[in-house]
Design a binder for this molecule. Structure first.
Ligand code: LLP
Length: 379
């Protein structure tokens, strides 16, 4: 919750909404709501999590690059304050569904410095509308009677500095100034998405939420003044930077195998089913033996999972004390896009999630059983 407060304190007048996709969890959403945060949802399922947690409609933002009519209607029924339009055909469909207030998602054509799979603001992205179409969307949406409150941009995730976002703000101010000239309209709300990265490994530091937000506010103020635009209301949608560093995944060590002169594998009771990020993004993690954390490293080890693929390697090399069957291997920084992106590959039940604070632990998602994995089978 310290990170939620850091966001709130750095931008007290902004609306901060948690990017639910990072880890959809009702208990967590309730805690964030208690800190004054809302939720950014991108599917009916995520919207249902937010509603179940009692997130107020005025703090709910509905996204999605391919919203179904059911999702648009559910957004209206939930009283979501803003729906972010991502395609021209959503204008009519949102109006027909009774959506009152929208943002237009624009693609600035900025290539964020991060893994290709998690860039979103580049030219040719599947998200948002290129500038000319975005201006057209503003015009059409206003003509359709929608309250077009502002603009949305999100250039990518796991950003390790502020340069891309600052560049985006400058671009957005120029775009808003063009909208003023062409449409006689300026954004009341500017939603800059999420994107702040976290430090997974020692050699990849990340800015703190406070540093990130302050840099962004300074740039927003400067850019908006330069174009003489009215001060906008800011919305931010952090996901990873709120929950990523909060979680450790605990694995039980099983087989320890010297596979070659240079590779000794420590096999754990999970793997790419509870954390597919190493395979998808070449993500790097660190690890420690939680039950022998004070012991000196005995060498470098590879950590692999129990899935039937050679690629199921979570960490290529990490220094550990001599690992033994039964040890507890802790992998830090696994709160975002891990359990939430998990699968049941090899019919493996997914792990539980436990919230620990002030010496107390609380189950916030129970461990799956094999029966859970089989529950959709027929016959
Ligand atoms: N807002 C929008 C519109 C987004 O698309 C996202 C993330 C966020 C906010 C939250 O971004 P964050 O603060 O978490 O960077 N599975 C990938 C990350 C995908 C991010 C998708 N969109 C990964 O594991 O790295």
């Amino acid at each position: 919750m310290a990170r939620a407060r850091a966001y709130r304190e750095a931008a007290p007048s902004a609306l901060i909404v948690y990017g639910v996709k990072a880890f959809p969890n009702v208990a967590l959403l309730r805690l964030f709501a208690g800190e004054g945060l809302g939720a950014d949802v991108s599917t009916l399922g995520e919207l249902t999590y937010a509603r179940k947690a009692g997130v107020a409609g005025e703090r709910l933002i509905v996204h999605g690059n391919n919203k179904s009519d059911e999702e648009l209607s559910a957004a209206v029924a939930s009283g979501a304050s803003l729906v972010v339009l991502d395609a021209l055909d959503e204008v009519e469909r949102a109006a027909a569904a009774g959506v009152p207030r929208v943002l237009i998602r624009v693609t600035p054509g900025i290539d964020a410095e991060t893994h290709d799979a998690i860039k979103t603001g580049h030219h040719g992205s599947k998200f948002g509308l290129p500038p000319r179409q975005a201006r057209e969307a503003v015009r059409l949406a206003r003509a359709a009677g929608l309250d077009v409150a502002g603009l949305h941009v999100h250039i990518g995730s796991q950003l390790l500095d502020t340069s891309g976002v600052r560049m985006t703000i400058d671009w957005l101010a120029a775009f808003a100034a063009e909208c003023r000239v062409e449409l006689g309209w300026t954004p009341e709300i500017v939603n800059l998405g999420g994107g702040l990265g976290i430090q997974y490994v020692e050699d990849e530091p990340a800015p703190s939420p406070g540093e990130f937000v302050r840099a962004l506010l300074t740039e927003l103020d400067r850019a908006w003044r330069r174009h003489d635009l009215p001060e906008p209301r800011l919305v931010l949608e952090p996901g990873r930077s709120l929950v990523g560093p909060a979680a450790y995944t605990l694995y039980r060590v099983g087989v320890v195998k010297q596979a070659s002169e240079t590779a000794t594998y420590v096999a754990v009771d999970g793997g790419m089913s509870d954390n597919p990020r190493p395979q998808l993004y070449g993500a790097r993690y660190s690890a420690l033996l939680a039950n022998r954390a004070a012991e000196k490293p005995a060498g470098s080890f590879a950590v692999c999972g129990k899935h039937c693929e050679s690629g199921d390697v979570m960490i290529e090399s990490v220094a550990l004390p001599e690992p033994r069957r039964g040890d507890l291997l802790a992998v830090p920084c696994t709160g975002a896009y891990t359990l939430g992106m998990g699968s049941n590959y090899n019919a493996l039940p997914r792990p539980a999630a436990v919230l620990a604070a002030e010496g107390k632990a609380r189950l916030i998602r129970r461990r799956e059983t094999v029966e859970d994995v089989l529950r959709l089978e027929q016959g």
